[in-house]
Write a protein that binds this ligand. Structure first.
Ligand SMILES: [Zn+2]
Length: 749
């Protein structure tokens, strides 16, 4: 009976617990949560049948959790929830529109009209469309990324500019010829788009998705500029999907390059089988390819120029014929890797002998090192002598004390037994001394000399007159002395070590000479002229190359002035940290920009340079209301310590350098911060000022503008954005770009 009752009560309790649990879990799943990457991958792969993906729009992209994950990516806010999203866009609405295939792309495209009458306008997607574009990108990454070639960089996780440069530095051996494929400056047009949709259709059977992508291009929500310098720089005219689509489009080219490489490898194997044991320095022909979005670099190793030319023709033929690209023949010329530099990813490459990258120490350096080593030895010897003296003194004292006591007939009395410890200490000292003695060649040879000096005992007529025991004992003693103390063996060993070191040095020297004559490495540098030109263009220095203030920034707050400089400086340092002449960039940031900033601050406050330095210090410290100090500009020490460490995809300085945002002194009704899905309501208005409009230089004019430096589209000039304090700070410091801001919701002032 009792058991039965117990059982009943247990059942009731369990069922109550279960219902409670259910209640809680329904509460927990109720608020929409963004889908995780693994969940998304599973979901996408579920749509795969016989190598093709079906109905991605209906079953994946339109899912509210996927759209919310897209919002999370756009906002860089991991803990984003439905509430903060619903204030801007309705996920339900997008989801429904996608499911019923009535998403209106055109409605979501906003035309940005420039201030100038003749200026070009630009179409940008609004926030709603940006969410859809990012969702499509997320899905396409899962479908395509694993199939991309290992040399396809850009727009992929862990495959950025620095990874590409590391590949060039470490893997590419003995480059002889190289060429960069230059495209005519053109926009991805209808024929490209239809080819792109054919490529996508090979893997994805989803006419809605294809239609969407086509519409993106039709209404210019997506715009891919080939042969320009707008890709991967965080400009608002580029969306996240661009690099993905470029990679998909060029995937065929990558496959073709892999095929060509394999062909050359195979031919090479045939040749090397035929000529076994032939030339000593025979090196196999090899081809290396690096593609960063639309920047393509092809390098050949141990190839003749004719072979390289054939390869180039095949490459151009494929790009023009199959991919329908317009290749600039003049820019796509073959260069010798040794005698000509080539610019790639905004850096300069050249093939150099290994000794240029790892120079041999000069005579002076070797002498200095030797001197340093000698000094170190002397120091050690001094220390050793001092220790020996101390021990000797201490030992004598102890012995004297004991001796006195014993002589007086006293009996030692201790409160505790230290005999063992004392003995240990003395034994250790003794052992050390003996060890040192045996290690020292001089000590041994001196003792050896002394012990063997009784040569008269070797004379026969003396030996015959001495007692046998004495002679035997002497002989035995001499034998032991010879065995343990002879310095000859030790000296030989020492000499051998010295000779080995010398020989090794000689061998290394010979090897490095041969290396220098036969091997080539990749030298990567920051293009000095271009960096200097950019510095001058932005106005950091005057025509004499001396730091000067930038007038435009004077209307900014002190903190913002420093943050702007810090943003430009940090971007530059991050970008060129892998370069051999990183020091040049360090000097520019540490000296020219720091003093330009100090001069700007001085001019703003109508003070002298020295006064400004006294107030802000050279580290450009800022004191807030509470008295705490903040440092945004990298300190001299920090810059000195910087080196080639990270392998991220750094954004070029272009966006930060060519834009300044000026705070407006108007009281506008409070609006939201325009950074994607930011909740903050404490905002202020900022006007975008672009460098090219300020100095009135067309970025396409290579004479006046810095070649290879991109620019934010001119239609954004003088547009007013409402931003919270965190996001304006991030924008100044270069942590976010205009791509992370909904520029289409600019404020009309
Ligand atoms: Zn914000």
């Amino acid at each position: 009976m009792y058991y039965f009752k117990f059982f009943i009560s247990m059942r009731i309790r369990v069922s109550i617990l279960c219902s409670q649990l259910r209640y809680h879990s329904s509460l927990a799943t109720n608020p929409l949560k963004p889908i995780t990457n693994t969940e998304l991958e599973t979901l996408v792969l579920q749509q795969k049948r016989q190598g093709k993906f079906y109905n991605l729009t209906e079953n994946v992209i339109s899912k509210p959790t996927v759209l919310l994950a897209s919002c999370r990516n756009l906002s860089n806010n991991v803990s984003i929830n439905e509430d903060s999203v619903s204030k801007r866009i309705s996920i339900e609405e997008i989801s429904d529109q996608l499911k019923q295939n009535r998403f209106n792309v055109e409605e979501c495209c906003v035309k940005m009209v420039p201030n100038r009458l003749k200026g070009e306008s630009l179409v940008l997607p609004n926030l709603k469309l940006k969410v859809l574009i990012e969702a499509i990108r997320m899905v396409l990454v899962i479908v395509y990324d694993k199939g991309f070639a290992t040399f396809a960089y850009g727009g992929r996780v862990g495959m950025g500019r620095h990874t590409a440069i590391r590949y060039l530095k470490t893997t590419v051996q003995d480059p002889t010829w190289w060429f960069k494929v230059g495209f005519e400056h053109s926009v991805f047009d209808d024929k490209h788009v239809s080819r792109l949709s054919l490529i996508v259709e090979e893997k994805i059977d989803d006419k809605f998705l294809i239609e969407l992508i086509k519409k993106f291009f039709e209404f210019e929500a997506l715009r891919i500029e080939l042969g320009g310098c707008c890709m991967g720089r965080g400009f608002p005219q580029e969306s996240s999907l661009n690099s993905m689509l470029v990679n998909i489009y060029f995937n065929g080219f990558d496959k073709e390059m892999q095929r060509l490489r394999l062909k050359i490898d195979r031919e090479e194997k045939k040749v090397s089988v035929d000529s076994v044991g032939g030339r000593v320095f025979h090196k196999p022909e090899r081809v290396y390819v690096v593609r960063y979005l639309d920047e393509i670099l092809v390098i050949t190793s141990s190839c003749s120029k004719r072979h390289t030319l054939e390869l180039k023709n095949e490459v151009v033929k494929f790009l023009e014929g199959v991919l329908g690209m317009e290749v600039d023949k003049l820019k796509t010329a073959i260069h010798s890797s040794v005698s000509e530099k080539i610019d790639f990813l905004g850096m300069e490459l050249q093939a150099v002998p290994p000794s240029v990258l790892h120079p041999r120490p000069s005579e002076k350096e070797i002498r200095a090192r030797k001197k340093y080593n000698r000094q170190k030895e002397m120091k050690l010897l001094e220390l050793k002598n001092a220790r020996a003296t101390r021990r000797r003194k201490l030992g004598l004292k102890i012995v004297e004390h004991v001796f006195k006591k014993v002589k007086r007939g006293d009996v030692f009395k201790f409160d505790y037994q230290i005999e063992g410890e004392v003995r240990d200490i003395f034994r250790r000292w003794g052992d050390e001394t003996v060890q040192e003695f045996f290690d020292s060649l001089e000590d041994r040879s001196e003792w050896y000399r002394k012990f063997t000096s009784a040569e008269f005992l070797n004379l026969r007529h003396i030996r015959s007159q001495l007692p046998c025991e004495l002679v035997d004992a002497y002989d035995q003693f001499q034998e032991q002395v010879n065995k343990h103390l002879t310095p000859l063996k030790a000296r030989n060993a020492l000499e051998e070590v010295g000779m080995r070191v010398e020989e090794e040095e000689k061998e290394n020297y010979a090897e490095s000479i041969v290396d220098d004559l036969t091997k080539l490495c990749m030298k990567v540098i920051a293009p000095p002229e271009l960096v200097r030109k950019a510095v001058k263009l932005a106005g950091f220095t005057n025509s004499m190359g001396r730091p000067r203030p930038i007038k435009l920034l004077i209307c900014l707050e002190d903190t913002d002035i420093i943050k702007w400089y810090a943003g430009v400086g940090r971007r530059w340092l991050e970008y060129f940290c892998c370069c051999r002449n990183f020091k040049l960039v360090k000097i520019i940031v540490s000296y020219h920009m720091r003093f330009s900033c100090i001069l700007t601050l001085a001019e703003k406050h109508d003070s002298t340079k020295l006064e400004a330095i006294r107030h802000y210090t050279k580290d450009l410290k800022i004191f807030d209301m509470a008295g705490g100090e903040e440092v945004y500009f990298p300190t001299e020490r920090e810059i000195k310590m910087m080196g080639d460490k990270n392998l991220v995809d750094p954004k070029p300085v272009d966006g930060a350098l060519t834009m300044a945002v000026v705070r407006l002194a108007v009281d506008e009704p409070k609006s939201y911060c325009l950074a994607h899905f930011c909740d903050k309501k404490e905002t202020a208005l900022y006007r975008i000022r672009l460098l090219q409009n300020r100095i009135n230089v067309d970025p396409l004019n290579m004479e006046k503008w810095v070649p290879g430096m991109g620019a934010i589209h001119e239609s954004l000039n003088r547009k007013v954005l409402s931003l919270c304090c965190d996001h304006i700070s991030d924008l100044y410091l270069g942590n976010i770009t205009l791509q992370d801001i909904d520029c289409t919701s600019f404020v009309d002032v």
